[in-house]
Design a binder for this molecule. Structure first.
Ligand code: COA
Length: 140
């Protein structure tokens, strides 16, 4: 499966059970009450009619977006779903994100989709305590 078989659409309340399942299977991702996502810009990626992943962003200021969460079902990873979800982010905004220093796979995804490292927040994460790597993709 590659990107052309991934369908992106807005997240709806009917998706929340599946989103919760993907989140639970993705301990590297942020863990929110899934219904909270609907207050933000959230998108799901469907493969074969099933939700395979989701992304949530927040417009913190005009032209400035923060990535709140991104996760793909483990059994459907490395098939272009994460890249497709990032493709849904607005190109006309600066996009900021934080990622655990140990989460090399997500960092690889971000580096391969135009993000660059701009800083580090020592001890930003709890359970376990870990630095955050801060990344930015500047608007086109
Ligand atoms: C990070 C995550 C979203 C990637 O999703 P995905 O659908 O597997 O990613 P893609 O298949 O689109 O991969 C795109 C690129 O990311 C990088 N990548 C993805 N998985 C990788 C892996 N296991 N090892 C190394 N690089 C990897 C590669 O550069 C890849 O491009 P390529 O396949 O052409 O080499 C997924 O692994 C995940 O849900 N992880 C747990 C949650 C998480 O870490 N979220 C981010 C929190 S900040």
């Amino acid at each position: 499966m590659r990107n052309d078989r991934v369908v992106l659409r807005p997240m709806t309340p009917e998706d929340l059970v599946r989103v919760a399942m993907i989140q639970q299977a993705s301990p590297e991702a942020a863990s929110w009450e899934p219904a909270e996502y609907l207050k933000y810009r959230c998108v799901v990626a469907e493969c074969g009619g099933e939700v395979a992943g989701f992304a949530v962003v927040h417009e913190v200021a005009p032209g400035e977006i923060e990535l709140l969460n991104l996760a793909v079902l483990p059994s459907l990873r490395r098939q272009g779903v994460g890249r497709a979800l990032i493709g849904a982010f607005p190109a006309g905004s600066d996009i900021y994100l934080e990622v655990r220093e140990s989460n090399r796979i997500a960092q690889e995804l971000y580096l391969s989709t135009g993000f660059r490292l701009i800083g580090r927040r020592p001890g930003y994460y709890e359970g376990p305590t870990e630095d955050a790597i801060v990344m930015l993709r500047q608007k086109c």
